[in-house]
Structures are given as structure tokens and as C-alpha cells.
Write a protein that binds this ligand. Sequence first.
Ligand code: URA
Length: 210
Amino acid sequence: MPNVFIIDHPLVQHKLTLMRRVETSTAKFRSLLTEISMLLAYEVTRDLPLKKEWIKTPLAEMEAPLLAPEKKLVIVSIMRAGQGILDGMLQLMPSARVGHIGLYREPTTLVPVEYYFKVPHDIEERDMIVVDPMIATGNSAIAAVDRLKETNPKSLKLVCLLAAPEGIKNFHQHHPDVPIYTAAVDAGLDEHGYIIPGLGDAGDRLFGTK
Ligand code: URA
């Protein structure tokens, strides 16, 4: 699949299996999502540029790498389940700015409806990472990225935990330029638009609302 990056690291795969299990508690699900998100963040930021700076260790001077300061990031959470990935990523990238986009799926048509939108003002100077745990039909991610592209970020990547093949296809028909980073691509969707085998409703499992 072009422009799809599957993070098949053993730690990610192990934690994902624990998250899928129906008996996993809300507290455990939440902490696992935070941990996996840090590992996803590690992969999605692999191409961040570095600069060299002279520093002193207790024993010697050396020219050492640091993140280039002009590389500014914004992480945009597709509410509400995106919050779980956002929390983990912010632990690794505490200076990143944050945006939120609120979409809900109209239950009968599965069409996304926007109810909230707030992003930093200087998006044009920032590389954007959009986070949503589940790319199912892909409709929410398409609607979110349609809207976010209007703000002109320098670049845009989509990070999820699980994706369905239909969702990836649909998303890339609309946004072939946006890379998708995911921990796994599952078999497909059920008649309600849930990923099978999946992990259920990510928002409900994260917040304990069911
Ligand atoms: N959203 C979820 O939370 N789970 C799915 O399986 C599909 C969409």
C-alpha cells in the first residue's frame, strides 16, 4: 500500500494485542494507548532535522545533535478518541502546539459532522500530525484533513492505531499526498462501520463510557 507505514515493532504489536482484548480495563487501555502513542511518535518523527551544537559533558566538549529549533510541530486531535494518542505524543514532544477538531459520525449515514475547530494561528510555519486511533470508513479523517488543509500546514501526516483497508483506500482517494502511520491494518468493517476484529469503540474504551 503506497504511503502507508505499518509500525510493526514488537512492543507496539504486543501492546496493541493487550488493547484489543475485551477484558482489558479502561485504566489499562488508557495507559497502553499512551505508551503505544509514544512509540508511534518515535516513528512519525524519524525525519525531523537535527542541528549540531557545542556542549560540555563532565569530561569533554563535543559537537552534539539537537532538534532544529525552526522545526515546529502541531499535533491535531480528532476528538474525542484522538485525545489518547495526543496525550502520549505530548509526553515525547512537550513543546508541540495542539489543535482540536470535533467530528461525530451521523449514526445512519456515517457521514462526519463538524462541531468544534481550534488550531494555533501560525499553522503555516508548522508540520502537522493528525491523530485518530481508528481509520474505519475514513470519512472522519477525510473531513478533518479537508478542513485542516485550508489552514496551510507545511506538511501533514495522519497517525492512527488501527485502519481498515476500505478506510485507507477511501482516504487516499481524497488525500494521496498524506502518509498514514498505523500499528495494524485489520480485515475490514462490519455493517455499523466498526473495524473487525478491531478493538471496539476506541472513545468508549478510553473514557469508560460504555
Ligand atoms: N471508531 C471506533 O472507535 N472503532 C471502530 O471500530 C471504528 C470507528
